[in-house]
Design a protein around this ligand. Structure first.
Ligand code: 5GP
Ligand code: ZN
Length: 117
């Protein structure tokens, strides 16, 4: 079923509390936690609690939860006092996606170049 937890999914395990994470925010539908391999002074991942493989599937399958994720990225940026920041949804292995549970990267706290590599 779309949205159901997947046994072999790392981020579903974080949602379930079976894998530890440094959680910075939680709502009924989302969790935000610090990336284990930060690429910037602030590097927080915002994920839906429901399992969708990537942002496109989340937006198609549960648009209201996709909106919750976006709202939470703003809340993280505010809490981290970021006036500039970047949101990234790596989608597909060629774009660097390594965890197949939708997540927004919130990156900030340093200058960010555009276009990215
Ligand atoms: P992706 O490459 O799929 O866009 O992003 C996955 C992110 O998850 C990476 O930035 C990676 O550092 C992070 N990550 C992988 N394993 C863990 C973990 O066990 N805990 C946390 N907090 N982040 C993780
Ligand atoms: Zn999952």
């Amino acid at each position: 079923m779309p949205g159901e937890p997947q046994d072999d999914c790392l981020f579903c395990e974080i949602v379930a509390g079976r894998v530890p994470a440094t959680v910075v925010r939680e709502t009924d539908t989302t969790v935000a936690f610090r990336d284990i391999n930060p690429q910037a002074p602030t590097h927080v991942l915002v994920i839906p609690k429901a399992h969708y493989a990537n942002a496109a599937e989340l937006a198609a399958g549960a648009p209201e939860i996709a909106a919750d994720v976006l709202r939470e990225t703003k809340a993280v940026a505010d809490e981290e006092k970021l006036d500039s920041y970047r949101l990234v949804f790596n989608t597909g292995s060629g774009a660097g996606q390594t965890v197949w549970h939708a997540h927004a990267h919130v990156l900030g706290g340093r200058g960010l170049q555009w276009p990215p590599g």
